[in-house]
Design a protein around this ligand. Structure first.
Ligand code: UDP
Length: 243
């Protein structure tokens, strides 16, 4: 098992993308339900005030570090680890599904987006075994859970935004059989080609959040003051630890 660190009491797994993929593959082969969270500062801050969400993060099987904020928080503890971008990880899971003929399901985003994302992946991997594709605008979780139980996916990507996606996956963990489930946020928008991925230079500098905020200025409300408070809390935590 990989090493685990803790950021403001939330577990964060220290691994690279290939380790994460091997662990996911093993879970599918062992027929274990497996929740993966691509954890970022917004989620960690939400967990500080939302007890139920905190429990979900604690009980998740793997929390891979997305978001440059988590990378900085770990650096304050003397841990150097590259972030795994949620979109990259999801793309690799789709590839894994194609290589192993796993049953795959997509849930989330608007109807035309999710259909386009499916179509784009099928162009790349024509043998992909899609068993379920549904948009993320529904009111009854139980209906979705029942539909998913019937098709029994082995890989499920859920893009409903956080914490909705993590809450639904936590419920599905007791219902499915041998499924790796990941909350993918807005990744389907990127896979559809309708929302442009940030340029490589922004990715390299860890400034994807800045690029997305420039394109969608309304996101600023989500980032501020969450991100600065997150960093201040992490600095205080690291000072207290050293002292
Ligand atoms: N979404 C959804 N159902 C909802 C609300 C949101 O499917 O009830 C989708 C939305 O269309 C978008 C994604 O969830 O594709 C959320 O993207 P966001 O950029 O908020 O997520 P982030 O990547 O920041 O976690």
């Amino acid at each position: 098992m990989s090493m685990r660190a803790s950021v403001l009491n939330c577990p964060v797994d220290l691994l690279d993308i290939n380790d994460a993929l091997c662990i996911a593959k093993k879970a599918i082969e062992d027929k274990t339900n497996f929740q993966i969270i691509t954890i970022n500062p917004e989620m960690i801050m939400n967990a500080q005030k939302n007890e139920q969400f905190f429990k979900i993060i604690k009980n998740s099987n793997l929390n891979i570090m997305d978001g440059v904020g988590v990378k900085i928080a770990l650096k304050l503890q003397g841990i150097n680890k590259a972030q795994i971008r949620g979109v990259d990880f999801s793309r690799e899971l789709v590839k894994l599904a194609s290589e192993n003929n796993y049953r795959i399901a997509f849930l989330g985003a608007k109807e035309e987006i999710i259909q386009k994302a499916k179509e784009n992946f099928l162009n790349q991997y024509p043998n992909l075994n899609f068993v379920y594709v549904r948009n993320g605008y529904f009111s009854n979780d139980d209906e979705i859970i029942n539909e998913l139980k019937q098709v029994n996916p082995q890989i499920l990507l859920v893009g409903l935004g956080s914490p909705k996606q993590e809450e639904l996956i936590a419920k599905l963990k007791n219902e499915l059989l041998g499924c790796v489930m990941v909350g993918v946020g807005g990744s389907f928008d990127v896979f559809s080609g309708i929302v442009k991925e940030s340029p490589k230079i922004f990715q390299k500098l860890g400034l994807e959040w800045l690029y997305r905020t420039i394109l969608q200025p309304e996101r600023i409300k989500r980032i501020f003051p969450v991100l600065p408070i997150f960093l201040i809390k992490c600095i205080i935590a690291s000072i207290n630890k050293k002292g």
